[in-house]
Design a binder for this molecule. Sequence first.
Ligand code: NAD
Ligand code: TYD
Length: 358
Amino acid sequence: MAKKVLVTGGCGFIGVNFVRLVLEAREDWEIVNLDKLTYAGNLRSLDGVADNPRHHFVKGDICDQHLVESLFLEHDIDTVVHFAAESHVDRSITGPADFIRTNIFGTFTLLEAARKHWLDRPRQAGGDECCFLHVSTDEVYGSLGATGYFTELTAYDPRSPYSASKASSDHLVRSYFHTYGLPILITNCSNNYGPFQFPEKLIPLAVNNALQGREVPVYGDGGNVRDWLYVQDHCEAIVRVLEKGVAGESYNIGGHNEKRNLEVAELLCDILDRKAGPLPSGQPRRQLITFVRDRLGHDRRYAIDAGKISSKLGWTPKMTFDVGLEKTVDWYLSNRTWLDAVVNGSYRQYYQQMYANR
Ligand code: NAD
Ligand code: TYD
C-alpha cells in the first residue's frame, strides 16, 4: 500500500539504511527525511539516493513543533518511522541533557503532531491506515546475567541516561495508544552493525583504529556481551512490523548473535589483517587490543528473545555474524572517503576526551 512516510534521523546509521532499503523495495512509498544533522547525521550517507524523487530531505529538529506540524500538513504524512535520537551511551554519561531533550521531548513533539493530524481532524488524502513506529532499544530492559533473554514482557529497568531517555520515550508512545488510540508500534532491537555506522560505536571504532595501527580500546575485562544484528536485517524487520504489526504492540528484534566484546575486537583485527594487509610494523592487529577503564554502570549482557516477531510476523534475521562482519569491514575499506571525513575535526576532540588517559 502506498505510504507517505516521515522518517526522522534518516541521515544517521540505521535511518539511512532504512531510507535506502525502502526506496529500493517499496516503489509506492514516499519519504520525508527529517534530520537535524548533528555530529551523527551525515548528508554524504545519502549519496546516490538524495535526488530520488520519492525522497525529500528536510534539515530540522524533531523538537521544533511548528516545523514538525507543517511537515505533517504539507506532505499529508500517514506513517512515522522515528529513528532520530541521541544514541551513544558514553556521550549520555558525560552529557545527558541532549538525550533528555531529543529522545523525550522530541518524541513528544512528534506524537503531538501525529495526534493532531491523524485524530483531531479529518485527513486530506491517502489511506486510512496511519502508523507511528517508534524505534527503540533492548537497553530499556536493563542488564542480564549469564543466562536469560529479554522478551516483550520483561520489566523496564534502564540503567544509563541514554536507556532511561529511550525508556521514557517508549512509555510516552505507549500512553498515546492507550489514551488517545493513536496507532503506534514499538520495536526494541539489539546492537546493530553494518555500513554507515559512526565510529564512536564499538565495531566501526575498532575498524578505524585497527586499520590505522592505533590501539583498539576494550572496556573493562572485555567480557560484556552484546547480541549483534546486521542493520539490513533490522531494517527489513521494521518494514515487516509496519506492514503486519498489530497497533499498540511492541516487537523485540535481535540477531541471535551473542558475542563478548573481546571476541568481536579479535575477529575484526583478524579480518583486517587478511583484507587490509599487514601493519608497517608487521605486528598482528590483535596486539593493538588494549584493555581500558570500564564504562560507568556498564551493562553486562543484552540478549533478545525474538520469538514474537518470528512466530507472529514471520521475520528472522538472515545474516550470520561472520559474513556480516566481513561485509562491514569490506564496506569501510571501500568507503575510505566517507570514513576519513567523519573522523576529522570534532571527532578528534571527542576521541581525546573519551579515551585519553583512560
Ligand atoms: P545515530 O546516532 O547514528 O543517528 C541519529 C540520527 O538522528 C542522526 O542523523 C542525527 O543527526 C539525528 N538527530 C539527532 N537529534 C536530532 C533532532 N533533535 N532532530 C532531528 N534529528 C536528530 O543513531 P542510530 O544508531 O541510527 O540509531 C537510530 C535509532 O535506533 C535510535 O533511536 C536508537 O536509539 C535506536 N537504536 C540503535 C541501536 C544501534 O545499535 N545503533 C540499537 C538499538 C536501538
Ligand atoms: P557500543 O557500540 O557503544 O554500544 P552499546 O553501549 O549501546 O552496547 O558498545 C558496545 C560494547 O562495546 C559495550 O559493551 C561497550 C563496549 N565498547 C568497548 O569495549 N570499547 C569501545 O571503544 C566502545 C565504543 C565500546
